[in-house]
Write a protein that binds this ligand. Structure first.
Ligand code: SAH
Length: 377
């Protein structure tokens, strides 16, 4: 490989780690703030661009380190403004990121792992097995790629990506350290400066990691619930067998209590015909959600190859929604966007080279394409 593989990639260094790096090479800590701004506010990819840094230091930095972004394989821009990137990663796999503009916002949905180990029954990412965690550089790299797609960076405050959600491929809390580093960059004023209300981490419910998260950040939280009872959730979201609903709800409440401001958790509920969309299940869900400060996001199931699940009828979706609304729960239905670039939930095509070989149990490997990813509202 090229020499770049030996160099330290500074792209994913959190502000604190970058400072430690500068100290470790005998430089003043404040230099790291300058470099942080160059990388994340000016979009610099080489040290030569960093004109307020001495030539000698630039030379020294380029000898030991680099700023390396993952490679964009494909970029698609939809008629409705949705943008989608297929991002090539070392090792031959690919993940996808999607940007959805809406009502003056632009929400970027990014991936945290190649594949996923949690194996939720309705999610095609899970069916493809797990390959590896993304590095912090690969996570934050998706944000840089999205911003740059609009042209040169605007250091005076970039508003081209206003919100970020970790709802793409993977379980962010199973890639804890790298995801936290990337989140800290998203929320740091010397980097992307997004408010904690505009960065959302979505989890299937890795309870101990939710507690750990509250110790290091105050990012907004979404949980993938999908069922009102343990009996059903055990089937849809297997990690429920380890951390059942009551424990998840308690962990969410502890997380919310740890925040200094008042916020709600986003509860995601993929509606699947005949599985979790019955009015009686809506009523059970009402009872459950009364125990949590939350808003509900209903996501009509998006089919993918080799899945027997179906999307409920529009009437069933509306009926479910009305039960929630009448019970006083703020509820939205996520609508498909970016149809002409295949950016809808469940239509994105990443590539996972499964290391667990679990996917063979479900689908022949030759059909193992069509990674589900989540364009949120
Ligand atoms: N592992 C994390 C992040 C992945 S995003 C988590 O579970 O939250 C997961 C979201 O994608 C789920 O909440 C679900 O709403 C959505 N999803 C997965 N498969 C889907 C499908 N086939 N159709 C519609 N939404 C799906």
């Amino acid at each position: 490989m090229t020499e770049s593989t030996q160099k330290i990639n500074l792209l994913g260094f959190s502000p604190k780690k970058l400072e430690e790096f500068f100290v470790s090479i005998g430089e003043k800590p404040f230099r790291s703030t300058q470099v942080l701004k160059w990388i994340h506010q000016f979009g610099a990819s080489s040290f030569d661009e960093m004109t307020n840094i001495s030539k000698a230091l630039r030379q020294k930095l380029s000898e030991v380190s680099e700023i390396r972004e993952p490679e964009v394989l494909v970029q698609n821009i939809s008629k409705d403004g949705t943008r989608k990137w297929v991002i090539q990663l070392d090792g031959g796999s690919a993940v996808e990121a999607v940007l959805i503009p809406e009502n003056g916002r632009a929400t970027l949905c990014i991936s945290s792992q190649i594949g996923c180990s949690l194996d939720c029954s309705f999610c095609s990412t899970g069916k493809q097995g797990f390959n590896r965690n993304l590095s912090a550089a690969e996570v934050i790299g998706q944000v840089r790629v999205a911003i740059r797609s609009f042209g040169p960076f605007d250091p005076n405050g970039d508003r081209r990506v206003t919100n970020v959600v970790l709802m793409g491929m993977g379980e962010p809390l199973m890639n804890f350290d790298n995801v936290v580093d990337a989140i800290q960059l998203m929320m740091d004023d010397n980097a992307y400066g997004l408010s904690k209300r505009r960065v959302t981490l979505s989890t299937a419910g890795v309870v101990p990691q939710i507690d750990k998260l509250s110790e290091v950040t105050d990012v907004s939280l979404a949980i993938s619930l999908h069922a009102p009872t343990d009996e059903l959730r055990d089937q849809l979201v297997p990690i429920n067998k380890r951390y059942p609903i009551a424990e998840l709800v308690d962990a969410c409440n502890r997380y919310m209590a740890s925040l200094k401001d008042k916020r709600v958790i986003t509860v995601e509920y993929t509606l699947i015909a005949g599985v979790n969309d019955h009015p009686s299940q809506a009523k059970q869900l009402v009872k459950l959600l009364k125990r949590l400060p939350c808003k509900l996001n209903l996501i009509p199931f998006n089919p993918f190859p080799n899945s027997d699940y179906r999307r409920p009828s529009e009437d069933a979706i509306q009926a479910f929604k009305m039960i929630m609304v009448k019970a006083g729960i703020v509820t939205t239905v996520r609508r498909t966007r970016g149809d002409d670039v295949d950016a809808a939930c469940g239509q994105l095509v990443g590539q996972v080279m499964d290391r667990t070989r679990r996917s063979e149990k479900y689908i022949p490997l030759k059909d193992a394409s069509g990674v589900q990813q989540e364009p949120p509202r």
